[in-house]
Ligand binder design. Structure first.
Ligand code: GLU
Length: 629
């Protein structure tokens, strides 16, 4: 899709800019006062003790917490992008809560300290390993299109696709939020603590505030123009008309009020209550500064009341004796990760050398070919309500057929045509089909991974879509509304190729989020997920192969330089591109545009009765891994 400036849309939020931003946001209360993020992925400690619980004293929360990229223990672990949020989860585990409890509390805290990437105005996918049953189950808490949405909602009157930024900064892009209901569903199914108790630390952080660091201030500045067009947003993030300044304390009393309402009424505060009424008003009649108008949405209170978190079977595939579980539709991540891993096994058979012993360039070449192929199929076949042949897409038969075009010394021409996951697989069919183009995807989001001493594991990705979502804070309630509906394709991506991801009433837009849990013989081996729009899929798959095939430690698997080949888009981190490995990849024809930072991941691995939490060493300023002894 071509993004042209829209003359009637004074609100600007350039997509390229967003991509750069996504890797930089962090709420490092600790940054100024404590240990810097690890520069290198060396493990700082085999076993360590997180900080003492945050005390209930006046002043901003958690300003002295260090950022640590890896920690090992047997009493439970939390890995998130932010030390305050990780500490909230660790405190829950310390007091006897389980992984579901701690995941909800951590997520609620992230909604306060990382409000541009997630929050109660958004949605997400919750994947959970229940140690007693030795099973993985998932919750689809994705935002949903209102009943009033149609296939033409993102078209102008003349049938052309709406300018992307115009759609982002609008009521039209706001999906019915699913996050507060997801927390309830997770606690009801697996938790041992109350909804109110798990949201209490987040409310406290919103009330007391946190110390703004450079990255948060810069991110605010980058969004200042569009935030300024919505007075309720400016009130929170542009005090006195200026972006919140580094070193200042950001208190969010309206958000604290929203958390209080959720604690006393449950998710119905949003799915029908006073907050819901305010959401409807904001979406239908966006409050903008004089002279600015943005498209309105059609959401009604019935849309909010009718929202359901969907309990779904995970996508399941096998990889070298492991069971890989991911999120199914509306997600495309679980399917694309599974196909990527299947393709790598199929290439191995064709190439005759194992991935584990291939040299680094050959490993990444195979990896890029696999992800590009998986994206060709994902773009053509995967979306809610499209009759997606999930089990065929993740079958080894389909992968064997799709591996046909692989050449160990030459990249397949892009775009790779999509395959036919029809159950009838030949050794090497001539591709007759075309290719689907790269759809819109944002680059925001957050992922957290939690385990407890009983062996339960939560892998949870949540988002408000792009950085800062729709740009609209709900007046009086202090949180940003998502722009998740721009994850729909506004019109078919390729002429003549059916597009499964067009808008429709009540439909959930296709997501790239890929919270994953891998088991062996029924026990967890690794849980992982990432932020970063469509690069989530490639980040997760690369971390899995780094850990399972290439012998990397968890933190090195997370830190490894990334390549993200997505068929009609192909990016890699600059250090990789200029290295000898990158030069070899280029010589084989691998397309790679430099992008400073791809994805932002967290993971936990399990071995010998211990859990090792791993977070980013430097992307986004580094994440926060904590474990209890
Ligand atoms: N909206 C994206 C998705 O669901 C996530 C946001 C992002 O990371 O860009 O795939």
């Amino acid at each position: 899709m071509t993004h042209r400036p829209h003359p009637s849309a004074p609100v600007t939020a350039r997509r390229a800019r967003r991509g750069a931003l996504a890797g930089t946001i962090t709420i490092a209360m600790a940054a100024a006062l404590a240990a810097p993020a690890l520069a290198a992925p060396a493990s700082p400690a085999a076993t360590a003790t997180p900080a003492a619980p945050m005390r209930d004293k006046p002043g901003p929360v958690g300003h002295s917490l260090p950022r640590v990229a890896t920690m090992t223990g047997s009493g439970g672990a939390v890995s998130s992008v932010d030390p305050v949020a990780s500490q909230v989860g660790i405190d829950v585990l310390k007091k006897g809560g389980n992984a579901a409890d701690a995941a909800v509390a951590t997520a609620a805290a992230l909604g306060v300290v990382q409000p541009y990437a997630n929050g109660i105005g958004g949605g997400g996918y919750f994947v959970y390993y229940d140690a007693k049953r030795q099973t993985v189950a998932t919750l689809d808490g994705r935002e949903t299109a209102p009943a009033g949405m149609t296939e033409r909602s993102f078209l102008e009157a003349d049938g052309t696709a709406m300018d992307f930024d115009k759609a982002v900064n609008s009521g039209l892009s706001v999906g019915v939020p699913g996050t507060p209901a997801t927390w309830k569903a997770a606690l009801d199914r697996w938790g041992s603590r109350s909804y109110s108790a798990m949201l209490a630390p987040a409310q406290r952080i919103a009330e007391r505030g946190f110390v703004v660091n450079d990255a948060f201030s810069n991110a605010t500045a980058d969004n200042a123009e569009r935030f300024a067009t919505f007075p309720a947003t400016a009130k929170v993030f542009l005090p006195g008309g200026q972006p919140v300044q580094p070193g200042s304390v950001l208190r969010q009393p309206d958000l604290a009020k929203a958390y209080q309402a959720l604690r006393s009424q449950g998710p119905s505060a949003i799915n029908g209550g006073a907050i819901g009424e305010a959401i409807v008003k904001t979406v239908r009649t966006p409050q903008t500064t004089a002279g600015v108008s943005v498209p309105a949405g059609s959401m009604t209170i019935d849309d909010l009341r009718g929202y359901r978190v969907l309990a779904k079977d995970p996508v399941h595939s096998t990889y070298r004796g492991h069971d890989v579980y991911g999120m199914s539709i509306s997600g495309s991540g679980g399917i694309a990760v599974a196909e990527t891993l299947n393709l790598l096994q199929a290439y191995e058979k064709r190439a005759g050398t194992p991935l584990a012993t291939a040299d680094q360039a050959q490993y990444l070449h195979r990896f890029a070919e696999a992800t590009a192929t998986a994206f060709a199929d994902r773009n053509r076949w995967v979306a809610e309500g499209a009759g997606t042949p999930v089990s065929e897409l993740v079958s080894t038969g389909f992968a064997a057929e799709r591996a046909c075009g692989f050449d160990p010394a030459k990249a397949q021409p892009r775009p790779i045509p999509f395959g036919e996951p029809d159950g009838d697989y030949g050794p090497c069919p001539q591709p007759t089909a075309g290719a689907s183009g790269t759809p819109n995807d944002g680059a925001s989001t957050t992922h957290l991974t939690v385990s407890d001493k009983w062996g339960n594991v939560a892998s949870y990705t949540l988002t408000i879509e792009q950085f800062g979502g729709s740009g609209m804070v709900v007046p009086g309630w202090g949180f940003l509304l998502n722009n998740e509906l721009t994850d729909f394709n506004f019109k078919p991506m390729t002429d003549g190729v059916p597009d499964p991801n067009l808008p429709a009433p009540g439909k959930r837009p296709r997501s790239s989020m890929a919270p994953t849990i891998v088991l062996k013989d029924g026990a967890p081996v690794i849980a992982v997920g990432a932020a970063g729009g469509p690069t989530i899929i490639t980040s997760v798959a690369q971390i899995l192969t780094g850990y399972l095939d290439r012998g990397l430690t968890p933190v090195k698997a997370v830190a490894a330089p990334r390549i993200s080949s997505r068929n009609t888009a192909a990016t890699a981190e600059p250090g990789l591109i200029v290295s000898d490995v990158g030069k070899q990849l280029a010589a084989w024809g691998q397309p790679m545009e430099p992008v400073e930072s791809l994805g932002r991941a967290t993971a936990i691995t399990f071995s010998g009765g211990k859990a090792t939490a791993a977070a980013e060493t430097s992307r986004g300023g580094g994440g926060s891994a904590m474990a209890l002894p």
